[in-house]
Design a protein around this ligand. Structure first.
Ligand SMILES: O=P(O)(O)OC[C@H](O)CO
Length: 451
């Protein structure tokens, strides 16, 4: 895999992701400090040390990064040329020097590999010991014994791989060749990457991880200052000040939508918890936002009023009507955030509480920390977003639309919800999906999202 499929020959960033996301910052710091030592060692020894540092003491049951975090980073590292070779093969057996738990989810789910062979980790009492099983186990794999197996890997690390001794022909690609490889475009992914988790938004090479650690103390203070400005100052002062503090935003409004009535319903796609704040800041007055599972801390600190929906259709409908009667209301019909350029199915409830609605298309970008999560540490979401050096938002207010009509024809609430999902999708260049909040949480957190 890393020899013949990934553009980069370094597997350090993947271990750093394990250390940061599953082990915590101290483990990651240890891995970073060991980096100069690791760099001087041979391939196998380097691997063993990284496995010990990253895995020792992690609970096997809880380790989900191979499915929820790492596939995004692996996909971004796949070379178009290596992928073409894999795509042309009938049956795909992918081999990696990394532990199977790190690569299996990516290889099987995203690259449709029939077999994913990695290193097995030793477990004691449900916890990883940080040691690996002996590699000789690989020799017993039936898949490698078949005739007409063509091997494709990287030079020099794959040369002595035991599985290659069972191949009819072996082709090796050098590091120099791989430097010319191009990135696999998102449109070519065999399965779209819609949901992923984890805090780290950059590829944690040794240098970029060092930058992150150096930035963090300042980032923490900056995030607190940004939050204080958001919470305590009126928008007329906070918006320019936050711009000065690195929070960049681009606003597009149409004359009619921007001057919408005070009791206006706004619906937007959901990028982060801060969506209603940005809408509120552009409008210049506070709005109320409906939420599903926001942490109590985020609710307490929110400069705008947040109201929890109950997931009982009639109750929520009544609640939304009441809130709308009191003032401007922002609803994110996706019900959960999505980091990638996709839209989750729109719940149609908003169309049943108001005769018209102003759709808002939102796009946000971060370079260091994701401000969304499915973990129990959701209360850190806004802080993580604000800790980015230059968090960006684009807010586009679209034309107000009637909720009962599409193109002069009467429509149901579901039809208008799908229609507006499509319109916002077109505006952002995002693809519409029929996934729900439940699907996202089942995939990333193995729960139904009612945290
Ligand atoms: O944390 P998420 O992505 O499920 O979304 C939070 C939403 O604001 C729930 O209302």
């Amino acid at each position: 895999m890393e020899g013949g499929l990934l553009r980069s020959s370094s597997i350090f960033p993947y271990f750093m992701l394990v250390a940061l996301e599953a082990g915590g910052f101290f483990r990651a710091l240890l891995l970073l400090l060991l980096c100069p030592v690791i760099a001087c060692l041979g391939h196998e020894m380097r691997l063993r040390i990284m496995v010990v540092v990253c895995f020792c003491g992690l609970r096997k049951e809880k380790f989900k990064l191979g499915r929820t975090v790492l596939p995004k980073f692996f996909l971004e590292d796949v070379g178009m040329e290596g992928f073409e070779i894999l795509r042309r093969s009938q049956r795909k057996v992918c081999v990696s020097a990394m532990p199977t738990v790190m690569v299996e989810g990516f290889l099987r789910e995203y690259l449709e590999a029939e077999v994913a062979v990695g290193r097995e980790l030793k477990v004691f009492g449900g916890y990883y010991t940080g040691l690996m099983e002996k590699d000789e186990l690989l020799l017993g794999r039936e898949e490698a014994r078949e005739a007409d197996v063509i091997g494709f890997g990287g030079y020099p690390n794959s040369v002595h791989h035991p599985l290659f001794s069972h191949c009819k022909e072996v082709y090796l690609v050098s590091e120099k060749d791989k430097r010319k490889w191009s990135v696999l475009p998102r449109t070519e992914y065999p399965k779209p990457l819609i949901f992923h988790d984890g805090r780290i938004a950059f590829r944690p090479t040794p240098i970029s991880t060092l930058c992150m650690f150096l930035w963090m103390p300042l980032a923490f203070l900056l995030a607190i200052a940004r939050a204080a400005v958001f919470i305590f100052l009126p928008y007329i002062f906070s918006v320019p000040l936050l711009g000065f503090m690195g929070m960049h935003s681009r606003v597009i409004t149409s004359p009619r939508s921007h001057q919408a009535a005070r009791r206006q319903l706004y619906i937007s796609n959901h990028r982060t918890l801060l969506d209603p704040l940005y809408i509120s800041a552009v409008l210049g007055h506070h709005v109320t936002a409906t939420t599903y599972s926001v942490s109590r801390i985020s609710e307490m600190l929110s400069p705008v009023r947040t109201v929890r929906l109950t997931r009982n259709r009639e109750q929520d409908k009544g609640l939304m009507k009441k809130l709308l009667h009191e003032g401007a209301l922002v609803v994110c019909p996706e019900g959960t955030t999505c980091r990638e350029p996709y839209l989750i199915r729109f719940s149609p409830l908003f169309a049943e509480v108001s005769e018209d609605v102003v759709p808002v298309a939102l796009e946000s970008r971060v370079s260091m920390f994701y401000g969304t999560s499915t973990s129990k540490l959701k209360f850190l979401d806004p802080l993580c977003f604000l800790m980015n050096p230059f968090p960006r938002y684009a807010v586009e207010f679209m034309e107000k639309v009637a909720t009962g009509w599409i193109g002069g024809n009467k429509c149901s609430s579901c039809e208008i919800a799908n229609h507006l999902q499509g319109e916002i999708g077109k505006r952002l260049g995002f693809e519409c999906t029929s996934f729900t909040r439940r699907d996202k949480y089942l995939m990333l957190a193995s729960n139904d999202g009612s945290l």
